[in-house]
Each structure stands twice: as C-alpha cells, then as structure tokens.
Ligand binder design. Structure first.
Ligand code: NAD
Length: 515
C-alpha cells in the first residue's frame, strides 16, 4: 500500500479562520467553555469552538423567528438570486472549503470534491425549481362550478437542522437550501468536529446576500444544544445515527412538530452473474472506501454470484490493497484517515470480532499509525457469519464483507435481511432485469451499475431511508414540500341547496362530472 505525505502538501487555509467566522455568524456573546477540535491527520488541536448554551439557542431561534415574515414575503426570484450567487462563489472559492473539510474530517481531497459538487448542484436546482414546485394549484372544488378551490403551500416557520461530521458541507447546507427557498428561516447545529466547514458555508451564503437572521449557527455538544433546539423550532431535520434519530423523533412527537430523519445504513451491493466484473470492482472500490467508508450510502456488504465470486474477490482485494493512503492536502492520496478515535475504535472492534470468530481477511485489517493517528487500511473480509458484528451492524469505516450467492432471489432476500433500508446497488449487463431486482430491494435509493453517485446525484428525484434508515426524503419535490404546510382555500361562488328538490338535482348534476 503506497502512502502520501502531509509535509509536501500543507493546507491553504487553517482553523485560525474560526474566530472570525464565529464572530460573523453566531450570536453567542460573553464567555463560553471552549471545545477543542482535533485535526484527524495529526491528532493536534486545530482550533476551538464555543459550547453554546440554551440561552444562545433561544436567542438564535428568536432571531430566526423575527426574520421569517420578511424573508417569506420576498419573491422566489429574489431568494433564488442569492442561491445562484452562492453557486458562483462556490465555483470561485472551493479550494478553501476543500481544505477545511480535509482539516476537520481527514478525508482525501478527491472525496471532499463530492461535497462541493453536491452543494452547488442542489443550490442551483432549488433556486431554479422551487417556485414551480410550490406554485399554488387549482384543485377540484367541492361542487363543480359552485366552488373554486386552491392548494397553497406556506413555510412552516423556523426549521432546526442537526447535521453529522462525515459530509459537513453537504449535510449542513443542502437541506437548508430548499427550506430557505420555501420561505422558512433556520438554525443549524453542526457536529462539534466540523463546525468551521458549516460556518464557512453560512458566511459564503451571507456574502451571496442571505440576510443575517435567516440562517443562524449554534455550535457545541449534540446532547445539550440538540435538545435545546428541538424544544424551540417548528420542524426538525436531522441527519445522523439511527439511535439519535429515534430520540429526535420522540422529542418532535412530544411537541407535535414534524421531523425528517436521514439515518444509518448497512448498504448491500449485488453483483449478478452477467456483470462486467472490472466495472463492478472499480465501483465497489469507490462505494466502499470513499471518505474511508464514513459515508451513509457506503457499501458494507457485497453479494456476488458464485460463478464470478473468485475472480471478483481477487481483483477487488488487489485494487483495495493498491489504494494510496495518506494525509495530503493535494490529490496524491486515494484514501484519507478516519475522523475520530470513536470511529477508529469501532472499526477495530468490528474487524477483530469477525477475525476472532473465523472470518478471513483478504486484505487490510490494520491501523497505520506512521501515517497519522486515525489511519486504517481498506479491509476486505470473507467467511462472515451471523454471529459477527460486521454482519448486521453499521461499521461506518473502510470495511466490507463479501458473500457468495446462487440465485438472485437469494441475493435479494439476503440484501433485505437488515433493519436498515438506505441505499443499494445492482450490477448487471441486463438493465431491465437490474431494474426488476432493484424494485424488490427495500431501500430508498438503488443504483444500477454504480454504487451511490447516480441516485444521490439525481437531485430531481427523492432519496432517503426506508425502515430504520429514516423518515422523509431529501432532493426533488419531496425535499422541499416537507418544509411547507399545505393549505386549502375554497371559494364558494353560489350557496349550497337547502331544500330536497334542489339537492336531488345537484346529485344528478354531479354524475355528469368525472370524479
Ligand atoms: P450522531 O447521531 O451521533 O450525531 C449526529 C448529530 O446529532 C451531531 O450533530 C450530534 O452532535 C447530534 N446529537 C448527538 N446527540 C444528540 C441528541 N441527544 N439530541 C440532538 N442531537 C444530538 O451521528 P454520528 O455518529 O455523528 O454520524 C454517523 C451516523 O450518521 C451514521 O449512522 C451514518 O450512517 C449516519 N448518516 C446518515 C446520513 C443520511 O443521509 N442518511 C448521512 C450521514 C450520516
């Protein structure tokens, strides 16, 4: 396994920009406890963020609430202009945020690209489509000719966003964009590890013209700031683990507010007998090891037809072994580091547990401390069984298990034998059979001959989780409608009949109209 070097490729920007971003974006005043943010590449403290308190959250939500009516009264065109300008600024300034993403997450630079691309695409999509998606619609009236009915969509109010550390730009900003385009205002709580990426994005939105009160950021610990936000906002959009998602759902239920939850996964990939093996191998490399496997739609289980299992397993393990790992703020590394000690411990625990119970390591299975404190090799396992943690639990790291299947029905049954239902992929040369198989998998997005990018990147179509992978969807119409309240306004043009004869004639008349 080759390595890349941090010394030869230092970042262009450092977390020294944090105090300036914090003073520009957050409202918290006075002294606060400081939370240290460690850079995964080195383990050294790269900066600190304030541990905001309930009073700060209160202030942020109040500001967002008072900014909301004026923001909602602006035309779609006026709001869209800001997000189109944001797109242009991203094009000019993306190197800065690539550095911040790498500094805070330790991922390879090429993997940070996905976030910039996704944020730009989603921004443009909702800037150009929101008005059409939310346009008032004429509906069939109660009584033809007598009643004229309209369906309107109103913003919900102040939306609370809670986002994780693994895709800190995408997951902090891309859901907020449709919410804001719909006329809501918002308060965002990014993960404590990746607040500067979120703050940078909000400062760029401000530069693009977003008024101050419309999107606030509150930094700090999830277990204090999260519940404080959940108590105050009108709708919660959460991305993170299934365990925390369930607690968010409970808090939302207690206040009878809506919530949208994007949660964990244990995503399967099915490689059919007729698949192009080389293309499936390179797709699996991207699907399993992008962001060192710390990707919600990452592949953790691969089911391969028995006729090609040996060929696939050998080629895949070879390619995984060749990936160049390293801490580099340029493109010299194929794979970066894990983000936290917690993730490293979980990855080690899962691999050790599998190996102790008889799994075979085709490649990987080791830390690489000489590269940095959180590096772990891309790891491929076979002979994985039900009694092992990697069989059912989400690892969220560069670890994948290979399984052999005989029939496609068996592959589908095994792919579905999980409490999760986030993402999946099917590899075959027969696209229509691929679609038939896809429709049998219980997951919110299925990719044919790609691991995750084709479904995730199709932003005009919804994605999200079935089963314990979530509630609600992002992208497409569903990704903005959830931030609105539908409202019916019906105009009665003539009074309803009040005597028996008139009622009978009305009922006869109704028969003439289609249902
Ligand atoms: P997590 O649930 O621990 O944390 C996510 C966010 O919730 C963080 O901002 C955290 O500070 C906050 N939080 C923690 N406790 C809270 C509480 N009690 N109340 C409110 N907020 C709280 O998740 P994680 O482990 O950091 O992230 C990884 C998980 O997220 C994985 O399971 C992964 O699959 C999932 N994920 C899902 C998607 C998706 O789109 N479906 C995307 C990325 C990550």
């Amino acid at each position: 396994m080759e390595t890349a070097n941090l010394a030869s490729s230092p970042p262009h920007i450092s977390l020294k920009c944090l105090p300036a971003l914090l003073s520009q974006i957050t409202l918290c005043e006075g002294t606060h406890d400081q939370i240290a943010v460690a850079a995964p590449f080195t383990g050294e403290t790269a900066g600190t963020i304030p541990a905001t308190r309930e009073a700060d959250v209160d202030l942020a939500v109040e500001h967002a609430r008072s900014a909301q009516p004026e923001w909602a009264s602006r035309s779609f065109t006026a709001r869209a202009k800001i997000f189109l300008r944001f797109y242009d600024l991203l094009v000019q300034r993306f190197e800065e945020v690539l550095d911040l993403i790498q500094l805070e997450t330790g991922k390879a630079r090429a993997h940070a690209h996905e976030e910039v691309l996704d944020t730009a695409i989603v921004s443009r999509y909702y800037a150009l489509r929101a008005e059409k998606l939310l346009r008032p619609q004429r509906r069939k009236g109660a009584f033809p000719l007598l009643t004229q009915t309209w369906k309107f969509r109103s913003p919900v109010g102040v939306i609370g966003f809670i986002s994780p550390w693994n895709y800190p730009l995408t997951l902090s900003i891309t859901d907020a964009i449709p919410a804001l385009m719909a006329g809501n205002t918002a308060v965002l709580k990014p993960d404590r590890q990746t607040s500067s990426t979120a703050l940078w994005a909000v400062s760029l939105l401000r530069e693009a013209g977003l008024p101050t009160g419309v999107l606030q950021v509150v930094t700090g610990d999830g277990s204090t700031v999260g519940p404080a936000l959940a108590k105050r906002v009108d709708f919660l959009m959460f991305t993170g683990s299934t365990a925390t998602g369930k607690s968010i759902a409970t808090q939302a239920a207690a206040r009878l507010i809506g919530c949208s939850l994007e949660l964990g996964g244990k995503n399967p990939m099915i490689v059919c007998a007729d698949a192009d093996v080389e293309s499936a191998v390179s797709g699996a490399i991207r699907g399993c090891f992008t962001a060192a496997g710390q990707l919600c739609v990452s592949v953790e289980r691969i089911y391969i037809h028995e006729s090609i299992f040996g060929r696939f397993a050998t080629r895949f393990a070879d390619e995984a072994q060749k990936l160049k790992m390293g801490a580099a703020f340029d493109y010299s590394a194929d794979l970066g580091s894990l983000t936290s000690r917690r993730q490293l411990a979980k990855v080690e625990e899962h691999v050790q547990d599998a190996v102790n119970k008889g799994a075979t390591l085709l490649t990987g299975g080791r830390r690489r401390p000489e590269l940095g404190p959180l590096f772990y090799e891309p790891t491929v396992l076979t002979e994985v069984h039900e009694n092992m943690k990697v069989y059912t639990e989400e690892t969220f790291g560069p670890v994948v298990s290979l399984y052999k299947f005989q029939t496609e029905n068996e592959a589908i049954a095994r792919a579905n034998a999980t409490s999760y239902g986030l993402n999946a992929s099917v590899w075959t040369r027969n696209t229509s059979r691929g679609i038939d198989l896809a429709r049998k998998i219980r997951a919110g997005s299925i990719n044919i001959n790609e691991a995750y990018i084709s479904a995730w990147g199709s932003v005009d179509s919804p994605i999200g989780g079935m089963k314990e992978s979530g509630i609600g969807r992002r992208h497409g119409a569903e990704g903005i409608l959830k931030f609105t309240e539908p409202q019916t306004v019906a105009v009665q043009r003539f009074p309803l009949p009040t005597n028996r004869i008139k009622l009978a004639s009305l009922l006869k008349l109704l028969r003439l109209f289609p249902g």
